[in-house]
Design a protein around this ligand. Structure first.
Ligand code: 2RA
Length: 329
């Protein structure tokens, strides 16, 4: 399998390479791709150095699969060119996610909708992926009416400039700012730009993408997304109201049986998910499972995942693996 990684020198691109390597993805030829200023740089894959090439060069090489993590504008312009050349693109930007002609895929939930005709496949937003992985089995059993989610998101979701801002502030060094405000010792209740309704784009992604992935427009989602000074992953406080009543032990069991979820929920042992310990892991960690005692059929839970892994690179590689396993490329 000839595999291109577009944005190979970025934070998500680097993790994509790592995940492809760890999972022993059947790569016969790796094509690392980046912007003009990175062309000629080297990336290492399975102990071999590969030279970064331009987008034009990569299209001409006709890879079977291209994993894109290079921003929306690059995806809008280049994903169709790769698709025309016969490449299946798995795109991590928001460019195609809400396009009705493109699938938005979390493999454990809806990979079975994919066909050979899907040449551009969208990878959902990181904060959405970890939430829907836990919501999907519960929706099947109890039917979700409404979700209230508040996020505590890692600076790695913004990129390397934000990680540097945090490190500089921590060390007391002046440097470039990724955010309008200091992030060290702070919590910024704005992720991405504001939309006309007063919500941020990140908050609306959680609302819109959840409905699309779960294939149910009736699910109501209201979100508040917040950037905090962590690097290991995103955390989410999720309050879910169901149509039907549930048994807490059964909820725990359903989640424990879901591929990709690890339950960390033992308050007697002070066991619950935390981003410091989710870093570098592919699973989504769920804990603090408890009834919302203020209204019927309502559950509270705490969900943590490495946003660069399951929230981005791992999910994309899992889609690619599904395509290979099912001979869809
Ligand atoms: C963030 N969700 O954390 C974004 C990254 N895709 O900012």
């Amino acid at each position: 399998m000839k595999v291109a990684v577009v944005g190979a020198t970025g934070m998500v691109g680097e993790v994509m390479l790592k995940v492809l390597e760890e999972r022993n993805f059947p790569v016969t030829e790796l094509i690392p791709v980046a912007s003009e200023r990175s062309v000629g740089k080297e990336v290492t894959f399975k102990g071999t150095a590969y030279k970064v090439v331009s987008l034009e060069t990569a299209v001409a090489m006709k890879p079977e699969i291209a994993l894109f993590s290079a921003g929306g504008d690059t995806s809008k312009e280049w994903a169709p060119k790769f698709a025309e050349a016969g490449t299946t693109v798995i795109d991590n930007s928001s460019a195609w996610r809400m396009d009705a002609t493109k699938k938005l895929v979390v493999p454990e939930i809806n990979a079975d909708t994919l066909t050979k005709q899907d040449k551009i496949i969208a990878n959902p937003n990181c904060s959405t992926i970890q939430m829907v992985l836990a919501l999907a089995p519960l929706h099947k059993k109890y039917t979700i009416k409404r979700v209230v989610v508040s996020t505590y998101q890692s600076v790695t979701g913004t990129g390397v400039k934000a990680v540097r801002q945090l490190e500089n502030e921590y060390a007391g060094i002046e440097g470039e700012m990724a955010y309008k405000y200091p992030i060290h010792r702070n919590a910024i209740p704005q992720i991405d730009v504001f939309e006309e309704n007063g919500y941020t784009k990140e908050e609306m992604k959680m609302t819109r993408e959840t409905k699309k992935i779960m294939g149910d427009d009736a699910i109501k989602v209201t979100a508040t997304t917040v950037r905090i000074p962590t690097v290991g992953g995103h955390s989410e406080s999720v309050n879910v109201e169901f149509e039907k009543d549930f048994d807490l032990a059964e909820v725990r069991q359903l989640l424990a049986e879901t591929s990709g979820i690890t339950i960390q929920d033992n308050i007697a042992a002070f066991e619950y998910p935390m981003p410091l310990y989710a870093e570098g892991k592919d699973d989504v960690f769920v804990g603090r499972l408890r009834r919302d005692e203020t209204q019927p059929n309502t559950l509270n839970m705490w969900i943590v995942a490495d946003n660069l892994r399951k929230g981005a690179a791992t999910n994309a590689v899992q889609i690619a693996q599904y395509l290979v396993d099912n001979r869809l490329v």
